[in-house]
Each structure stands twice: as structure tokens, then as C-alpha cells.
Write a protein that binds this ligand. Structure first.
Ligand code: SAM
Length: 288
């Protein structure tokens, strides 16, 4: 099953490329070490699109990362399990606080590359390892792999389970599997599920030409259509939460993110984020 998802990892490289225009810790190192520019240029060439068709997404990735980091801090937990963590390296940044234990999980192939990358970045900046960052291969769809990943965390103490940029690629059934896996972990530990990833069809239908070109490029690279598993409407999302057993608080990513520097770095129109703000949501869910 895992093999079918390996192609998605190209999107992790794409987000890594975009984040270099932000002030997110290690983002420029990751983009450089990954040769992310090459992935970006190949995508542009293969899809016959220009940089402007993709780069306007950079602030969205910055906002998403920063809002999730803020939500983790606000959750008041000292243990985090990130699913599909890609190459964002939030765990490396946050575990500079030795009181925090962070498990970054993703598919095996990506995790192997990431271990090498984190070793290199630690060497570059002479960062000590306090043993509180764990890079673990686990599919979010596989209950046993997730439980093995979560075994790095102290049992029966609250956790934040986190994911950004995963559910968009999954079917409704796969999304429900992930939700049930997370629910089980939260039942054992307590804590919250923080995610930016639910989509409602009403909100993802009305696309600009640039958004369509971005979607087409990602779909071609991943062989998966974005938002196939989107919920028909807000009521369907709420009944999904009720069925799986979550109570949800919805926040605005833009409000939570704080300063966004990539708009300035890339000289994008300032209203970009204001326009997108209603769609950029962050869910903080508790198991009921
Ligand atoms: C769009 S990237 C997002 C990565 C990261 N969260 C970020 O914001 O940069 C999607 C990630 O999902 C991972 N992925 C895909 N299927 C997965 C699965 N079943 N379980 C865990 N990770 C998965 C990919 O390897 C990739 O790293």
C-alpha cells in the first residue's frame, strides 16, 4: 500500500522550495540540500507553466507552518506526533526546547532522506542532539505503524497530533482511517489533533486560473487529484467529526500565523492573504 503514496513526496520538495522565501527555521538549508530548485524547474517545464503560477502559494505554506507551530505552543503539551511531516523540520526547530519531545513521521523513503538531512544540518550549525527528536517511518493510514511511532512518547500524557498537507491527497475513506487512528491515540494520551487539512467542496470549487494551474501541476506530479476527498459542505464535515468522535474548534491560519515574510520577499500583492484568509482554516480537535 505504501508504494502507492511514494510519489506524493515530490510535493514535500515543492513545499520545501516555497518555504525558502520565508523565515522558517532551516527552510533555506532544506531547499538547498534537496536541490529543490531542480524539482521546481522540472515541474514548470513539464507543465508548461511559469514561476508566477506556483510562487503565489509560498505565503500559504508559510502561514500554514506558522499557524500549526503556534497551535502546538498554545496546546500546552510537551509531546508532539507529526504525521506526513515531510521536510518542514518543525521538530528540529521546536526540540531546541529540551522539555519538548517531538516525533516526526512520514513514509519510509522520505524519512531515510530526512535522517541524513537532519544529521547534516546539525553538523552545519553544531546543534546538539538532546534525544528528544525522533524521525520515524510510519504511514498515517497504518494503525500499527502509528502506534509504534507514538511509543516514543510518554504513555498516558497528553500529545498534539499534527498534520499539514496530507488529507488533501487522500480519499474520504482514507481520511476517515487517519481520523480513527488519531482518535485512538488521543483516547490513550489525551491532548488534541491539530490540522489545516479539511476541505469543503463549496470552498475549493471556485478557483482562479492560477489555482487551476497549480492543482494540475500537483496532480500530474503525484498522480492524485487534490481534494477528491473534500467534504460536500460544512454540515458533512461536522457530521464526520460527530461520527468519529471529535469536538472541533476552528481558527484562522492567517490570524494565528503572525508575521508573514514571503509576501515581501517575493513582492506579491499584499491582498493575496486577505483574499485567501476565509479558506485557510486550522482545526483543533479533541476526542469526545
Ligand atoms: C504535501 S507534503 C507535506 C509535507 C509537510 N507536512 C509540509 O508541510 O511540508 C505531503 C507529505 O505526505 C506524505 N505522505 C503521503 N502519504 C502518506 C501516508 N499515507 N502516511 C504518511 N505520510 C504520507 C508524503 O511523503 C509527503 O511528505
Amino acid at each position: 500500500m505504501t508504494g502507492a503514496f511514494d510519489k506524493i513526496s515530490v510535493t514535500a520538495k515543492l513545499t520545501a522550495y516555497m518555504r525558502q522565501f520565508s523565515d522558517i527555521p532551516f527552510a533555506t538549508d532544506v531547499a538547498r540540500l534537496l536541490n529543490a530548485e531542480e524539482v521546481f524547474d522540472t515541474l514548470l517545464h513539464d507543465q508548461g507553466i511559469g514561476p508566477g503560477d506556483l510562487l503565489w502559494y509560498a505565503p500559504i505554506f508559510e502561514v500554514r507552518y506558522k499557524s500549526v507551530a503556534r497551535a502546538i505552543q498554545n496546546a500546552g503539551v510537551s509531546q508532539v506526533l507529526e504525521l506526513a511531516s515531510g521536510l518542514s523540520l518543525r521538530g528540529l526547530a521546536m526540540t531546541r526546547d529540551p522539555a519538548l519531545t517531538y516525533v516526526e513521521s512520514d513514509l519510509e523513503e522520505l524519512t531515510d532522506d530526512k535522517i541524513a538531512m537532519v544529521t547534516e544540518i546539525r553538523r552545519l550549525y553544531a546543534l546538539p542532539s538532546s534525544g528528544n527528536l525522533h524521525l520515524v517511518a510510519a504511514s498515517a493510514l497504518d494503525r500499527d505503524q502509528l502506534r509504534t511511532a507514538a511509543a516514543r512518547l510518554r504513555p498516558r500524557e497528553p500529545i498534539a497530533v499534527v498534520n499539514e498537507g496530507l488529507l488533501q491527497y487522500l480519499t474520504s475513506e482514507e481520511t476517515e482511517t487517519v481520523a480513527r487512528n488519531v482518535h485512538e491515540l488521543l483516547r490513550d494520551h489525551g491532548g488534541v489533533w491539530i490540522t489545516t487539512d479539511f476541505a469543503v467542496k463549496d470552498e475549493v470549487r471556485d478557483l482562479s486560473d492560477q489555482q487551476r494551474r497549480f492543482r494540475a501541476a500537483v496532480a500530474a506530479a503525484t498522480e492524485r487529484r487534490l481534494h477528491d476527498g473534500a467534504f460536500p459542505d460544512a454540515a458533512a464535515l461536522q457530521s464526520f467529526f460527530d461520527r468519529v468522535g471529535f469536538s472541533a474548534r476552528v481558527l484562522s491560519q492567517v490570524d494565528e500565523a503572525g508575521e508573514v515574510v514571503s509576501v515581501e520577499t517575493l513582492k506579491l500583492p499584499r491582498e493575496t492573504l486577505e483574499r485567501l484568509k476565509p479558506r485557510l482554516k486550522l482545526w483543533v480537535l479533541s476526542a469526545v
